[in-house]
Write a protein that binds this ligand. Structure first.
Ligand SMILES: Nc1ncnc2c1ncn2[C@@H]1O[C@H](COP(=O)(O)OP(=O)(O)O)[C@@H](O)[C@H]1O
Ligand SMILES: [Mg+2]
Length: 254
């Protein structure tokens, strides 16, 4: 199982939309895929219409080391794509993990996933917009990190801090972790976007994906219909971009 986290300190940059559509594209390519929603906001769980405030969730995966993961994994409307959902119980999860001094904090997800390593080709983790203990668990459990970037005046705020954190996690906990690259979401193809993309390429060199995801109203529509855009409208520009992006991810982690 190849595990990929989508991380950015900022919210609203396309982590959730990209996690769900990357996972759906992989499933469409007949790769058995598990999506883990580890963000208390539970948006990818809602996007796939699997939200249950009282059900088992990533909360239980991180708090109960004896949990049978089969009980928490749900199938989705996309063939070949399963989900470990998030729910509202996760709001206090960071504090609870920190208060639970009898167990280590950082490797809980990684340990849990070892049990199902052979059952999936890919695992995609949709992270919260922070670098607390939840995101650390995702990065310790991952082999690859992708960073979605929405271009605006503040696009690169916190980026250096994120890279430092990734490097610390490599040093402290997970020498296998690789920063696979940053990619642009909600791309407007204006001259400002082109300039910032150029700047990003100068800073990150080959760590910027060639494919970017164009802004497209079909994405917003798909969130209301509770279906990944790549399923809802396969031919729209965002779906074509996610398809190209998925191919590039597969190439970069081959
Ligand atoms: N390609 C796109 N075109 C149009 N809207 C988009 C696109 N990607 C994301 N959005 C919208 O941007 C908002 C934030 O995206 P989301 O994936 O939830 O960000 P994050 O998970 O980083 O907070 C959502 O309302 C989503 O519908
Ligand atoms: Mg999100």
């Amino acid at each position: 199982m190849k595990t990929i986290s989508l991380v950015n300190i900022k919210g609203g940059v396309g982590k959730t939309i990209s996690s769900v559509n990357l996972a759906a594209c992989l499933a469409l390519k007949n790769k058995k895929t598990l999506l883990i929603d580890i963000d208390p906001q539970s948006n990818s769980t809602q996007y796939l219409d699997r939200y249950d405030p009282n059900g088992l969730s990533s909360y239980d995966v991180l708090m109960d080391k004896d949990l049978n993961l089969k009980e928490v994994i749900k199938s989705t409307g996309v063939i070949g794509l399963d989900i470990i959902p998030a729910n509202i119980k996760m709001i206090m999860l960071e504090n609870e993990i920190i208060a639970d001094t009898k167990r280590s904090r950082e490797n809980r997800l990684s340990r849990a996933l070892k049990k199902i390593e052979d059952e999936y080709d890919f695992c995609i983790i949709d992270c919260p917009p922070s670098l607390g203990v939840i995101t650390t668990n995702a990065l310790v459990a991952s082999k690859y990190v992708l960073v979605p970037i929405k271009i605006d005046q503040f696009a690169l705020d916190g980026f250096n801090y994120l890279m430092q954190t990734i490097n610390q996690i490599i040093d402290e906990f997970n020498p296998d972790l690789k920063f696979t690259g940053a990619f642009i979401t909600m791309d407007k193809r204006t001259s400002v976007n082109r300039d910032i993309k150029q700047q990003l390429k100068e800073e990150l060199k080959d760590k910027v994906f060639n494919s970017s995801i164009r802004e497209n109203v079909k994405v917003t529509q798909s969130t209301f219909l509770l279906k990944p855009v790549v399923i809802y409208d396969k031919k729209c520009i965002a779906s074509k971009d996610y398809e190209a992006f998925t191919n590039e991810v597969l190439y970069n982690i081959r």
